[in-house]
Design a protein around this ligand. Sequence first.
Ligand SMILES: *[C@@H]1O[C@H](CO)[C@@H](O)[C@H](O)[C@H]1NC(C)=O
Length: 225
Amino acid sequence: MTMSIRLSASFALLALVLSLADAYDPSPLQDICVGVAEPHNALFVNGMFCKNPSLATADDFLFSGLQVPRSTANPVGSTVTPVFAAQLPGLNTLGISMVRIDFGIGGLNPPHTHPRGTEILLVLEGTLYVGFVTSNQLNNTFFEKVLHPGDVFVFPIGMIHFQLNVGKTNAVAIAGLSSQNPGVITVANALFNAKPPISPEVLAKGFQVDEKLVETLQKKFWYYN
Ligand SMILES: *[C@@H]1O[C@H](CO)[C@@H](O)[C@H](O)[C@H]1NC(C)=O
């Protein structure tokens, strides 16, 4: 083996190992891959373990109950009901998922980002003020809109976004996300409720406020909707 062949062989091996190890939604390599927590009846590893396809049933592709309103009696006044691969195992490897979001009057789905998914949101009931902010390279441009039933708005992958109920009634929205497990980072919670806490000096400089304010924020109860 010449050095370059040996090098490219080891790079190919490395790429193979990395692609087996990463958890980014891959293109499916088979028709179905119902996720199972227990590898007892499993065949392939691709994201979660896949249930042996000959043991899959229609129920593996079904989630029920998204018509049910959830209580929004919490500090932010909104509740997200996820239908990710963890709740609907048939989503495993398919790169798609869904949520229902309930909003009380004045309820907020606080500024957050989905590190692995674009979100497309449909308002079913109520009036939502929504927006997202682009990255530094695009000058943190803010795109905002007031949405009514039937309106669809898209939040591009990774962008910080929010939804606020500005109507006089409860609001309900359904969103699709381009990942079986899009992830959520709620900005304030991630920074002020980190465990162990981020040094107040870092947050004070980062936010251009004094450390007392940072310490006050760090002592607050941060709710995860
Ligand atoms: C961002 O700001 C710079 C400097 O003002 C400007 O040249 C550039 O066009 C802006 N980009 C966008 C996407 O607005």
